[in-house]
Design a protein around this ligand. Structure first.
Ligand SMILES: Cc1ncc(COP(=O)(O)O)c(C=O)c1O
Length: 398
C-alpha cells in the first residue's frame, strides 16, 4: 500500500516563488468602497450577448484554431483607431498585444525588464497590483513625491540623480490620468518634462492609462505616448474599467522591438478569442455611447461621495475631488491609523483600502484611505460614508 502521507512541495519551490496566499476572493462589505468594481446595474449584458452571438455566427468556427499570438486582429485594429481618436496615439495593430487584463502586461513588462535589485520609480502612492508585481520581481521601488498634479518632475529628477551612478533606474511607472489611488491628472507641461527627463537619462516610461476614458469633464491631457518622439514609452490600457473587469482584456502598445520581446515572453496560445470577439463587436457598435453614460453615472456617484464626506468629515479630513477615474483619496491627521480600523469597518459592512497598501515601501499612508465610488448606488454611498464616520467617531477619530 502506498503511504497516504501528504506530499510536501516545500523543498521544491523556486527561490523567487512568493509565500502562499489564499486564492479566496476578499471579504466584501455591502458598502464596497474597497475594490474598483464598475456599476453592476449598467453592465451592458444585452448588448454583449448580441455582440457575442453575431461574432460567433460570423466566425465562431475559427475558435477551432489557436488565436494569433498577439490576439484577435480586428480588436487590435479597433484599439489602434480608438487610441488615435481619443489619445492621439499613432500606432497599428502590429504594435499591440492583447492580454488577460492589463495586469498581465504589467507582469510581462516586469519580467522583460527587471533583474532583482533594479530600480523602478513611481508615484508616492500607487496601484497595489503593480506594487505586488514589482515586488515579485524583487525591484527596488522608489516613491517620488507627488502633489495635486501627480508626480513632481523635479523630485523625479532628484531621485534619478541619487541612484543614477550606482544603479541606473530601469523604468518610470506612472498613471498620469486619474491616478490610482490619488485621482490626480498630470498636466501636459509635466508630461513633456517627464519625457525630457526620460531622454536625458535614457530611462523609459511605462504609462498606465487605464482610467483615461473615465473622464467626467470636457478637457483632457494628452497621453505621454502621443508626445514622445523616441519610442521610449510603453503604453497600457484595459477594457476592465470601461466594460467590465470580468472580460479580462487589456492591451500594450510599444515599439516593434519591445513588442517582439514581449511576444517571446507571452505563452499560452494567444488571448481568449471568445471574449475578444464579443468586445470587438460590442466596441464598434456601443462602446462610445456606453462610456458616455458610464461617466454620467460615475459623476453622480462621485458627487454623492463628496457630499457625504463634506457632511460627515467636515474639517477633520481632506480629500481629493477627482474629475474622473474611480477613487477619492481621503487624508486625515498623520497620527491617525485608519489601517487598524479596516476589519472593524468591514464588520459594519463598509469596505475601504487603507493608504499604506499603496505605499511602495508600506511605510506611509496609514492616515489615508482610498474610497472607490464605482460600485454602490449614490444612496448607498451616502449611507456607507455616514456609517464609516460613525465607526471613526466610536474610535474617537472624528
Ligand atoms: C492603474 C491600474 N493598472 C492596471 C490595473 C489592472 O487592470 P486589469 O488587469 O483588470 O486590466 C488596474 C486595476 O485596478 C489599475 O488600477
Amino acid at each position: 500500500m502506498p503511504s497516504s502521507k501528504k506530499f510536501s512541495f516545500d523543498s521544491l519551490y523556486a527561490k523567487s516563488t512568493p509565500k502562499g496566499k489564499s486564492g479566496n476572493p476578499p471579504i466584501r462589505g455591502k458598502y464596497d468602497f474597497a475594490v474598483a468594481y464598475p456599476d453592476p446595474n449598467s453592465l451592458p449584458i444585452k448588448e454583449l450577448i448580441e455582440s457575442l452571438t453575431s461574432g460567433l455566427e460570423e466566425e465562431g468556427r475559427n475558435l477551432a484554431i489557436y488565436p494569433h499570438p498577439q490576439g484577435y486582429e480586428p480588436l487590435r485594429e479597433f484599439i489602434a483607431t480608438k487610441v488615435f481618436n481619443d489619445r492621439n496615439i499613432k500606432t497599428n495593430h502590429e504594435n499591440i498585444i492583447l492580454g488577460n487584463g492589463s495586469g498581465e502586461h504589467l507582469y510581462m513588462i516586469a519580467e522583460a525588464l527587471l533583474n532583482p535589485g533594479d530600480i523602478v520609480l513611481t508615484e508616492e502612492f500607487v496601484y497595489s497590483g503593480t506594487l505586488a508585481i514589482l515586488r515579485r520581481f524583487q525591484a527596488k521601488i522608489i516613491p517620488v513625491k507627488c502633489d495635486e498634479q501627480g508626480m513632481i518632475p523635479e523630485e523625479l529628477e532628484k531621485s534619478i540623480n541619487k541612484f543614477h551612478q550606482k544603479n541606473k533606474p530601469k523604468f518610470i511607472y506612472t498613471i498620469p490620468t486619474f491616478q490610482n489611488p490619488l485621482g490626480t491628472v498630470t498636466s501636459r507641461k509635466r508630461r513633456i518634462k517627464f519625457l525630457e527627463i526620460s531622454k536625458k537619462f535614457n530611462i523609459p516610461i511605462l504609462e498606465d492609462d487605464c482610467y483615461a476614458d473615465l473622464n467626467f469633464s470636457k478637457t483632457s491631457e494628452p497621453a505621454i505616448y502621443s508626445l514622445d518622439t523616441t519610442e521610449s514609452v510603453i503604453y497600457i490600457g484595459s477594457f476592465s474599467k470601461i466594460i467590465a473587469p470580468g472580460m479580462r482584456l487589456g492591451y500594450i502598445i510599444a515599439q516593434s522591438d519591445f513588442i517582439n520581446r514581449i511576444n517571446a515572453i507571452k505563452s499560452g496560445g494567444g488571448v481568449n478569442e471568445f471574449a475578444a470577439i464579443a468586445i470587438h463587436r460590442y466596441s464598434i457598435k456601443y462602446l462610445k455611447e456606453h462610456i458616455e453614460s458610464t461617466n454620467k453615472i460615475l459623476t453622480r456617484k462621485r458627487d454623492a461621495m463628496l457630499a457625504a464626506l463634506g457632511e460627515n468629515f467636515g474639517s477633520k479630513a481632506e480629500w481629493s475631488k477627482p474629475n474622473g477615474g474611480l477613487y477619492i483619496w481621503l487624508k486625515m491627521n498623520t497620527k491617525i491609523d485608519l489601517s487598524s480600523l479596516r476589519e472593524e469597518s468591514l464588520k459594519s459592512e463598509v469596505g475601504f483600502q487603507p493608504g499604506d497598501l499603496f505605499s511602495p515601501n508600506s511605510d506611509s499612508g496609514k492616515n489615508c484611505a482610498r474610497l472607490c465610488f464605482g460600485y454602490n448606488t449614490p444612496e448607498e454611498i451616502y449611507e456607507g460614508i455616514k456609517k464609516l464616520a460613525i465607526i471613526l467617531e466610536k474610535n474617537q477619530i472624528l
